[in-house]
Design a binder for this molecule. Structure first.
Ligand SMILES: NC(=O)c1ccc[n+]([C@@H]2O[C@H](COP(=O)([O-])OP(=O)(O)OC[C@H]3O[C@@H](n4cnc5c(N)ncnc54)[C@H](O)[C@@H]3O)[C@@H](O)[C@H]2O)c1
Ligand SMILES: O=C(O)C(=O)C[C@@H](O)[C@H](O)[C@H](O)COP(=O)(O)O
Ligand SMILES: [Zn+2]
Length: 363
């Protein structure tokens, strides 16, 4: 049976535009949608241990049955493997399997696999094709789309990387079934982000349909994933390399990346750190007179009601500020923050004094 995607979202770019195909229980159809890749070119499936155990062999089988030559490389998984040591190991694997400039990488996994495999594709032999097959909610709604690839340094998140777009995002919502609760909530943090920065209706929907969303109701999830992909495609289509608008997708990340780095990438998942960061971004907006206290409280309540953390624990405010100076958005010593200016609207501010930061970090 040839199953069709439930939804299709196009990322319109001058060069390298691509489709996000969202389907359900349709992994078997993957090879059909790889028809733009020559059977003679080698494929490399990159995954992590958990996802490989879940679906790796199945994907290899599907592709081999369709005549592709495919090898696999399995990462240990977790934020701890998003680094240059793992990249270097991956290049060895790619060379060892004889990947050439016509080869294609398939990133089967969450945001970690997607970012690492995407960066490997961006840099191996100066760039080969790759495809995203997202398996976490976070990857479905955010990381598989838009072409941000890269790795962390001990000093900070994603400090080495490239903008490099995939040729296709092949999304199967069925992967959400096996996702642990913590990882599901992590993805919801980025979903909430879209509601705050861009889409008031999405925000209201999340407020009004908490139980359905939490219980992973399928039709509700299809709508959420498609809407988030549409928003991201719209933003990336207007500003692929983050010269302006795209920075809005970083709401909560200036704080969040600092929380992640300061806890050695072990204290928070990415989405959890972003959740806390969004609360602080909203507080910053309040002290700058950009939103009302009640709107900021509404944002914090939504985050809390979805079971996400609301505090950065016992980190020091001074260390957080020092870490934020290393954020990629910091230019000429000015840290940039994305702040909500209402529900569904946001802007960038970059003239925040340290005293103001200390004031809100101590709230
Ligand atoms: N490139 C971007 O635009 C972008 C956007 C957002 C986040 N990110 C990055 O994404 C990373 C976080 O991604 P993540 O939250 O997906 O984490 P992840 O990739 O580590 O996945 C979370 C955990 O879930 C497991 N898993 C994955 N799919 C599963 C499934 N279907 N069933 C059961 N277990 C499964 C993984 O093995 C892992 O243990 C961070 O490094 C973050 O910086 C990138
Ligand atoms: O795609 C984007 O643009 C984003 O900012 C999405 C974020 O959710 C994501 O975490 C991204 O990797 C952060 O970007 P960075 O440039 O701050 O590393
Ligand atoms: Zn993020």
């Amino acid at each position: 049976m040839n199953k069709q995607p439930l939804r299709k979202v196009r990322v319109n770019l001058e060069e390298h535009g691509y489709d996000i195909l969202i389907g359900e229980k349709w992994l078997e159809q993957l090879a059909i949608y790889l028809n733009f890749i020559s059977n003679s070119s080698k494929l490399m499936l990159i995954s992590d241990r958990n996802v490989y155990a879940l679906a790796g062999e199945k994907v290899l089988h599907i592709l081999r049955e369709a005549g592709f030559q495919v090898h696999s490389a399995v990462l240990p998984g977790g934020e701890g493997c998003k680094n240059l040591t793992v990249m270097s190991w991956l290049y060895e694997q790619m060379l060892g399997f004889g990947l050439d400039r016509k080869s294609t990488v398939l990133a089967l996994g969450g945001g970690i696999v997607g970012d690492v495999a995407g960066f490997a594709a961006a840099t191996y032999m100066r760039g080969i094709g790759y495809i995203q097959i997202p398996t976490t909610l976070l990857a479905l709604v955010d990381s598989s789309v838009g072409g941000k690839t890269g790795v962390n340094l001990p000093q900070g998140k994603n400090l080495v990387g490239a903008f490099y777009q995939p040729g296709l995002v092949f999304a199967d919502l069925n992967f959400i079934n096996s996702l642990p609760e913590k990882e599901y909530l992590t993805g919801l943090a980025e979903v909430i982000k879209y509601g705050i920065i861009w889409d008031k209706e999405l925000f209201n929907y999340l407020e009004e349909n908490r139980n359905k969303v939490i219980s992973r109701d399928r039709s509700c999830l299809t709508g959420i994933v498609a809407r988030c992909c549409e928003i991201k495609a719209e933003i990336v289509g207007q500003d692929e390399k983050e010269s302006g608008l795209r920075a809005l997708l970083n709401l909560g990340h200036t704080f969040g990346h600092a929380f992640e780095a300061l806890t050695g990438y072990k204290g928070f998942t990415h989405g959890e750190a972003v959740a806390v960061g969004m609360i602080y971004a909203a507080r910053l907006a309040v002290v700058r007179g950009l939103i009302s206290r009640s709107q900021s409280d509404r944002i914090a309540s939504l985050i809390e009601n979805y079971g996400l953390p609301v505090s950065y624990g016992d980190l020091s405010a001074g260390d957080i500020i020092d870490s934020m100076y290393r954020d990629k958005k910091t230019v000429a010593g000015k840290i940039k923050f994305i702040v909500p200016t209402g529900i569904g609207v946001s802007e960038v501010v970059s003239d925040v004094a340290e005293e103001q930061l200390l004031q809100i970090l101590k709230l």
